[in-house]
Design a binder for this molecule. Sequence first.
Ligand SMILES: [Zn+2]
Ligand SMILES: [Zn+2]
Length: 303
Amino acid sequence: MEIFFWGVRGSIATPGPTTVRFGGNTTCVEIRDGNSFILIDCGTGIREAGTFIMKNRGMGIEIPILITHTHWDHIQGFPFFIPAFIPKNKIHMVGPSMFDTPFDQVMAAQMQYSYFPVNFNQLGAEISYEAAQEQSLILNGFKVTPKYVNHPVRTLAYRVEKDNKVICFLTDVEPYYDVIYGGKAPEDEDELQDFLEVQETIEEQNQGLVEFCRNADVLVIDAQYTHAEYMTKRGWGHTSMDDAVQIAHKANARQVLFFHHDPTRHDNELEKLLDVYRQQVDQLTNTSIVSLGAATEGIAVKA
Ligand SMILES: [Zn+2]
Ligand SMILES: [Zn+2]
């Protein structure tokens, strides 16, 4: 089993000479094993994935697509996904259950005539939807386990398993933190009790994230910011590189790949940051991490 990266950039597509090494397309990845595959997310990277599928896998096929969430950088490539226009193709989308608008309606809304010349209802492929629970399902021979994570909209992380190998994909996720007391000390006994309960819940939730990634052969994890950058961007729904390394270490992950690269992050800067964080990994005692890199467009990583 391997993960192939069609798009690795966070927030907005960033083509150009300063991002060409790691890639400028927004999120789309493919989990592959022989002829079986699953796509995750429909960022701008899915356009090339569609071309590849048409050329190498033909028509009249089943295409499972896992959606992490419906922020633009994760769905905006879908109208350019050619296999969706082909009759007899079957696309099965699994995504988050939403509180207000169901996620199939959100997906369809970006293809209203105000935004796009072809309406969603005109697509040739048969498209079905499934709102994910935190329960495992089998798709194209892969065991897929979704987990809801901390982000400004309902968002899923995915753990994919096959033949005793594990790939975990966590993009657009922020560790839980104290939004109630925000580092302030409790003022009295009553508040102290509440304060302690809040801290315990945060600890439990963050430990849940670690357990979800337990023993991953490949952990692809949101690492949009450095620690310093994160301090001014709290609540935006992303992880610092420092926290990403810590989560990977606690989870006993083997190969770790930073993901959702900031649109302002040039290739040279990302290379330098990788050196810094590799040193951090070297200083960890008893770590399972054997490699730390950055997800790169057009590159596959084996589990
Ligand atoms: Zn994103
Ligand atoms: Zn997002």
